[in-house]
Design a protein around this ligand. Structure first.
Ligand code: SF4
Length: 169
C-alpha cells in the first residue's frame, strides 16, 4: 500500500539541531530508520520544517519545553501544522495516505513520548510542535500514528520502532 510518513526535519538533516546536540550516535540512529524507509518502495517521506530553527535560528542553544511554550513559537508550529494538513488532504485525494508522524524523542518541540519540560532531565510528555500537529490533524479529521525516534537507548529501542514502522497501514 502506498503511504507517506511525515518526519521531523533533523531526522534527515542533523545540521538543524541546536548547538552541541549533533552527535554521531543520533545520526546513526536516524540513518538506520531512514534506510529502512527508503528500502520500502511504497513509502514516501515528507520532511517537515524545523520549528526551532524558524524561531531561533541555527545558533540556538538547547532549551526546555517551557522556554518554547510561547505564543510566537506556537504560531510558527501552527503554521507548519496547517501546511502539513493541507498537504495530507491533497495526497489523500490521490489515494495516498499520510500514515504517521515520526518525531524525535526528548525534543522540547518534536518529542512524542519524551520531552524536556526542564532542561536538566527528560520527562514523559509531548513536545510543543507534536502537540499542535496532533490537534490540527485531529481537527481536520486526519488520523495518523505518532512515533518517536529514540536517538538514545533511554528513549526506547530502534528495533521496536522498525517493527512499528513495518506494521503501519
Ligand atoms: S525542533 Fe524538531 S526538527 Fe528541529 S531540531 Fe528539534 S527535533 Fe529536530
Amino acid at each position: 500500500m502506498r503511504r507517506i510518513l511525515m518526519v521531523s526535519h533533523c531526522i534527515l538533516n542533523p545540521y538543524s539541531k541546536a548547538v552541541g546536540l549533533l552527535r554521531e550516535e543520533k545520526v546513526k540512529a536516524a540513518r538506520k530508520i531512514i534506510k529502512a524507509l527508503l528500502d520500502d518502495l511504497e513509502t514516501g517521506i515528507i520532511q517537515l520544517p524545523c520549528p526551532e530553527l524558524l524561531y531561533k535560528g541555527l545558533d540556538r542553544k538547547p532549551a526546555s519545553r517551557e522556554s518554547y511554550d510561547k505564543p510566537e513559537f506556537r504560531h510558527i508550529c501552527r503554521s507548519i501544522a496547517e501546511q502539513a494538513v493541507e498537504i495530507a488532504v491533497k495526497y489523500e485525494h490521490r489515494g495516498v495516505g499520510i500514515v504517521a508522524y515520526l518525531g524525535v524523542e526528548g525534543s522540547p518541540s518534536c518529542g512524542v513520548e519524551w520531552t524536556h519540560f526542564k532542561i536538566e532531565k527528560p520527562d514523559r510528555g509531548r513536545g510543543v510542535f507534536t502537540e499542535i500537529l496532533c490537534e490540527t490533524m485531529s481537527k481536520a479529521g486526519i488520523k495518523i500514528s505518532l512515533l518517536g525516534l529514540p536517538e538514545k537507548e533511554k528513549y526506547g529501542s530502534l528495533e521496536e520502532l522498525l517493527r512499528k514502522l513495518k506494521a503501519l497501514r
